[in-house]
Design a protein around this ligand. Structure first.
Ligand code: ZN
Length: 426
C-alpha cells in the first residue's frame, strides 16, 4: 500500500504494538503486576508517613524488573531508549538529552532574572472561593473551547485526568483544592485539551490501533496549549475576567485584569512538580530524567536516592525538601514501574509552543478571536493538523510535518521570555 495511506499506517502501528507485546513473556508481566501493585501500596504508605525506607525495597524490585524488561528487546544505543520508546515512539535518550541541554541553561537564567525582580501579589487567589461556582465556571470554559459535552462529562476525582471509552465518550475529572481554588479552572482547561484531542480523532480509526493520541508528549502539548498558551494568556482573560469577577465579586474586588493575569502567572521555585509554574516546571522533569537514566545505568543506588534528590533540587531550583514526602516520594510513577515517562511532560510543553508559533502564522488574528471568546478557528486548526491523525504518524514526524522542524526548545524559550519580560519587567 501507499506508505502514506491509512492502511499502511495501520499495519505499521499494529505490527509495532504486536512485536513489543510478544517480546515480553507472560510470566514477567504477571510478576511485574504483582510487584508494582505491592509497590504502589508501599509508596502510598511511605508518602503519608514521609518515610522512604518503607518504599525502598519495593523500588529496588521495580527497578530490577525494569532493567530485565530492557533485555527482552534488541540492544539500543542506550538502554533507556527502550523505556522511552514505550511512551514516545521513535524518541532516543540522546535526542531528549540534547534538547534538555539546550533548554536548561536558558530556563535557569530566566528564573534567576525573575527572582531578582519584585514578586507579584497573588494573595487574592488563595481566599475562599465557592467550589460549586468554580466548578460551573470551569465547565463553561470547556464548553466555549469546544469540548463536546454531548460526547463527554466532568466528574469529581482525587486527581484530574482524561479517559477515553470511545470517540463518542471522552470524559474528564476535576478536583477542588481549598488552598489553591483556581486550580479547578486550569485543570479543566488542561483535561479538556486532552479530551478535545481524543474527540477529534478520525472516526474511521475507531477500534483500530490508530485511535488515541500519537504519544504522551503530543497529548500533553494539547492539554498545555489550552491550559497555558490560551488559559494563562492576557487575551483569554480579557474575555473571561469580567465574567469571573461577576461570580467572585468580593474575592476579586479591586483587582484589575493585569494584576489578575500576573498573579496566575507567578513564578516561584517550589518543591512539587504538579504545582510548578511554567518557568520552573521543566527543571523538575530534567531532574527526574537524570535520576532515571542513572538508575537504569546502575550508577545510582536506590538507597542514595533521597539524598541525591535533595542535592539536585537545591542545585536546579534552589530549594531543599524538608522531608521525603515533598521530595523523592511525591510522584506516583515509579511505584507503577513507569520509568521513562517524565520527559514527555517537558517535551509536551516544548511542542505546545512550537505549534503555537505555527498557529499564529496561520491564524493572523488569533489573539483578537480569543479576546472575543472565539476558539473555533483554533480548535479547527488543531483538529485538522493534529487530532484527526490519531497514531498515524510518529510524534517527531508529526511535529516535523506540521511545524517544519522536529521537537526543539527555542519556541518555548521565546514564549517564556516574552511572557515573563512583560510580567516581571525584565
Ligand atoms: Zn496532561
Amino acid at each position: 500500500a501507499d506508505p502514506s495511506s491509512d492502511e499502511a499506517a495501520l499495519v505499521r502501528v499494529a505490527a509495532r504494538d504486536y512485536d513489543k507485546a510478544v517480546r515480553v513473556p507472560s510470566e514477567f508481566v504477571a510478576e511485574q503486576a504483582i510487584v508494582t501493585t505491592k509497590a504502589f501500596d508501599a509508596w502510598a504508605e511511605a508518602r503519608s508517613k514521609s518515610d522512604f525506607s518503607i518504599f525502598r525495597p519495593h523500588l529496588e524490585k521495580v527497578l530490577e524488573l525494569v532493567r530485565k524488561y530492557i533485555t527482552f528487546f534488541p540492544p539500543a544505543e542506550h538502554p533507556y531508549d527502550t523505556l522511552l520508546d514505550d511512551y514516545e515512539p521513535g524518541m532516543k535518550t540522546a535526542d531528549v538529552q540534547a534538547i534538555f541541554d539546550r533548554l536548561r541553561p536558558q530556563q535557569v537564567e530566566l528564573i534567576k532574572a525573575i527572582t531578582a525582580r519584585p514578586q507579584v501579589n497573588d494573595k487574592f487567589l488563595h481566599k475562599k472561593y465557592n467550589e460549586g461556582k468554580l466548578w460551573d465556571f470551569s465547565a463553561a470554559i470547556t464548553k466555549e473551547f469546544g469540548y463536546d459535552w454531548n460526547r463527554g462529562r466532568m466528574d469529581k476525582a482525587p486527581h484530574p485526568f482524561e479517559t477515553t471509552f470511545s470517540v463518542d465518550d471522552v470524559r474528564i475529572t476535576n478536583r477542588f483544592e481549598s488552598d489553591n481554588p483556581l486550580a479547578t479552572l486550569f485543570s479543566a482547561m488542561h483535561e479538556s485539551g486532552h479530551a478535545m484531542y481524543e474527540q477529534g480523532i478520525n472516526r474511521d480509526y475507531e477500534r483500530t490501533s490508530l485511535s488515541h493520541g500519537a504519544s504522551l508528549a503530543i497529548h500533553e502539548s494539547q492539554s498545555r496549549l489550552w491550559e497555558n498558551l490560551v488559559g494563562r494568556s492576557l487575551p483569554f482573560w480579557e474575555y473571561f475576567y469580567p465574567k469571573l469577577k461577576k461570580v467572585f465579586a468580593s474575592q476579586l474586588d479591586g483587582i484589575g485584569l493585569k494584576n489578575f493575569y500576573k498573579a496566575i502567572n507567578k513564578v516561584e521555585p517550589s518543591l512539587i512538580r504538579v504545582n510548578a509554574d511554567e518557568a520552573t516546571y521543566n527543571l523538575h522533569v530534567m531532574l527526574r530524567l537524570e535520576l532515571e537514566i542513572a538508575m537504569v545505568e546502575g550508577k545510582l543506588q536506590i538507597k542514595d536516592l533521597p539524598e541525591i534528590w535533595n542535592t539536585k533540587m537545591k542545585e536546579y531550583l534552589g530549594v531543599t525538601p524538608p522531608n521525603d514526602a515533598q521530595g523523592v516520594l511525591q510522584d506516583i510513577h515509579w511505584s507503577g514501574g513507569a520509568i521513562g515517562y517524565f520527559s514527555t511532560y517537558a517535551l509536551g510543553n516544548l511542542v505546545s509552543a512550537q505549534l503555537w508559533e505555527k498557529i499564529n502564522r496561520d491564524i493572523k488574528d488569533l489573539d483578537d478571536q480569543i479576546c472575543k471568546g472565539r476558539f473555533d478557528a483554533l480548535l479547527g486548526w488543531l483538529h485538522e493538523n493534529i487530532h484527526q491523525h490519531g497514531r498515524k504518524y510518529d510524534p517527531q514526524d508529526l511535529v516535523q510535518k506540521v511545524t517544519g522542524s522536529r521537537i526543539t526548545p527555542e519556541p518555548y524559550v521565546r514564549y517564556l521570555k516574552t511572557k515573563y519580560s512583560d510580567i516581571y519587567g525584565l
